[in-house]
Design a protein around this ligand. Structure first.
Ligand code: PLP
Ligand code: COI
Length: 339
């Protein structure tokens, strides 16, 4: 195996030894297969290539001080993938099969799970695609579920340091009654143009608004949004954002820390009143937001006084990572050890 500088890993693709696959044909899921090839062979008329029948998940495996490997709330990812499949009429992956394949993909690539204390983890990417052929706009009758993994560092290169985000009003990520609430490839295709422009203009990501009225905050490209004020954790409620498992966990941790939690519409102007803000997700963990600029008006919202992460975000980050890496008690039973 190649030498890996665990502390300097970017968030990106990393070739490991194995991946796992399973086909859905003739109305049933087949047997899990192990492959050492990163390639798949599919028909050019497969629905994933034409009509966007694709859903994915993002999870991480964390190595504790005890050397053991932990998964965080995998059942939630399994359930969300079922909702995604349902949303675009794909065959659902049964929870047990999802768990078996995720666990096997991690076990087979055990040597790539970063050591404890490096701020790195093994990223797990389950994905489900329509492989059956159609030329008319219809769902496929065959599907392929795969899981590949690779060691990663933080999604935003700034790590746990404040990033700048851009509010855009000339492009939307998801329609109000579209597919924003499920994890399907089309949402990400729809966000690429705005995200790449934001990066060119010096921002880490776009903070999308809900598309109908453009009055309220939806979420960042790859992560949910939260704001902190008056000992309260505030996060948007919207039908067009992805229900983040990290955010769901942070709401509970905030409550455990004695904070109030509000999940409600968050008007853009309210940004002025937040003491801290952040983006949260599996890949992003918590990324503190230092500045948000409204691209159309040029209005700037400063959310970090000294260019550092705020105290509440820091505590939330430590608690969450503490549970994920097994350094802190796990009072809600979120962590499972891979034997
Ligand atoms: N929002 C979007 C659009 C995402 O892609 C992700 C990443 O999965 C999240 C939010 C965060 O979700 P989670 O915390 O479940 O990883
Ligand atoms: C994640 O947080 O796991 C994601 O999937 C975000 C992004 C890389 C799409």
């Amino acid at each position: 195996m190649q030498q890996i500088d665990w502390g300097k890993l970017p968030f990106g693709y990393f070739q490991t030894d194995y991946n796992v696959r399973c086909y859905y044909r003739n109305g049933e899921w087949g047997k899990m297969e192990v492959s050492s090839s990163p390639h798949i062979n599919i028909h050019m008329a497969a629905t994933c290539l034409h009509y966007g029948q694709e859903a994915f998940e993002g999870m991480k495996a964390y190595r504790g001080k005890d050397g053991k490997i932990r998964l965080f709330r995998w059942e939630e990812n399994a359930k969300r993938m079922q909702r995604s499949a349902d949303g675009i009429l794909m065959s659902k992956v049964p929870e047990e099969l999802f768990h078996k394949m995720v666990t096997e993909a991690v076990r087979l690539n055990e040597s790539y799970v970063p050591p404890h204390g490096q701020g790195a983890a093994l990223y797990i990417r389950p994905l489900l695609i329509g492989t059956g052929i159609q030329v008319g706009v219809k769902p496929a009758d065959e599907y392929l579920f795969m899981v590949f993994v690779g060691p990663v560092g933080p999604y935003f290169k700034e790590g746990f340091n404040p990033v700048s985000m851009q509010i855009v009003r000339d492009m939307d990520r998801a329609a109000p009654q579209g597919t924003g609430h499920i994890k399907v490839g089309g949402n990400y295709a729809g966000s690429l143009r705005a995200s790449e422009r934001a990066k060119e203009e010096g921002y880490a990501a776009v903070l999308f608004l809900e598309a109908k009225e453009k009055k309220y905050i939806d979420e960042a490209g790859p992560a949910n949004f939260f704001g902190i004020k008056d000992n309260t954790y505030i996060t948007p409620k919207s039908d067009s954002i992805l229900p983040s498992i990290t955010n769901m966990s942070l709401m509970q941790i905030a409550e455990d820390m004695g904070m109030k939690v509000e999940r409600r519409e968050v008007p853009v102007e309210e940004l002025e009143t937040f003491e801290e803000a952040g983006a949260c997700g599996t890949a992003a963990i918590i990324s503190p937001i230092g500045k948000i600029v409204d691209r159309e008006s040029g209005k700037e919202y400063n959310l970090s006084k000294d260019g550092k992460a705020g105290p509440v975000s820091t505590e939330l980050f430590k608690k969450l990572q503490g549970i994920q890496y097994g350094d802190e008690p796990d009072p809600h039973g979120w962590v499972s050890i891979i034997e």
